[in-house]
Design a protein. Structure first.
Length: 254
């Protein structure tokens, strides 16, 4: 943890100063030069720092711009999607959620609480959950090309989170095929007992699935009888958000 704090001190010092050498950084931060050199080398390896014009001075790399753009993009997405999430909550009576993929996890970046129940579940803002065990996560899996999907299967162990979690690989493959055909995904108490979710993809300007929305609520409310109407509502709202973001559906111009 101390090394992490020292690395952050170096990053913040360079952000303020623009560029510095090892001894300057040591003088400014109070960190020994040998430690500075070791941390700077690690940050260089991960492309968080760069040397300036072949000198022995260091500066922040453009990687921070990419990270900032990612955060800014999520903020813009939340602003666009928020009124649609509120409408989805009104139509369904259930919690409405906005999610992005974050590596091997699905991360929830916005949430509208139902007015008909106060169920507090794993979809709170900032929470993450495995792709294979959530409605939104399975949407991202269904969008992956074959090679990336196989890499995911090789990387992730399908741990049971509830008795309903899909842990058999062939069953999960079949579930993904079903999602691709239907255009929506169902979490049938796979992440949390007593909770069902229905999710649909959000498409960006290039037609890529880079986010998803869902509704979530008590399993006794989101019943199989309501599934056709609720899934249609989630898909319709997802399509509206996608168009609002600039996606042009086939045979339709904006």
């Amino acid at each position: 943890m101390k090394s992490l704090f020292k690395a952050l001190d170096i990053i913040e010092t360079l952000a303020e100063a623009g560029e510095m050498g090892i001894r300057e950084l040591s003088s400014k931060t109070g960190i020994p030069p040998a430690t500075i050199h070791r941390i700077v080398s690690a940050l260089m390896d991960r492309q968080y720092l760069q040397k300036t014009h072949g000198s022995k001075r260091y500066a922040l790399s453009p990687k921070y711009i990419l990270l900032a753009d990612s955060i800014r993009g999520r903020s813009v997405l939340s602003l666009i999607a928020r009124p649609y999430l509120e409408e989805l909550m009104r139509q369904s009576g259930e919690n409405a959620n906005l999610c992005v993929r974050d590596g091997l996890q699905a991360t929830y970046i916005d949430h509208v609480q139902s007015r008909k129940h106060n169920l507090r579940i794993f979809t709170r803002i900032g929470a993450s959950a495995p792709l294979y065990a959530t409605g939104v996560g399975k949407i991202f899996l269904a969008d992956m090309p074959a090679d990336r999907l196989e890499t995911y299967f090789e990387t992730v162990k399908l741990q049971p989170l509830t008795p309903h979690t899909i842990t058999d690989l062939e069953n999960l493959r079949a579930e993904i095929r079903k999602i691709r055909n239907s255009g929506y995904s169902v979490d049938n108490q796979e992440k949390e007992l007593g909770v069902r979710c229905i999710a649909a993809p959000l498409l960006n300007l290039r037609g890529e699935t880079d986010a998803a929305i869902s509704i979530s609520g008590p399993a006794q409310r989101i019943t199989t009888r309501r599934l056709p109407a609720l899934s249609a509502a989630v898909k319709a709202i997802a399509a509206d958000i996608s168009v609002k973001r600039g996606y042009a559906p086939p045979n339709k111009t904006i």
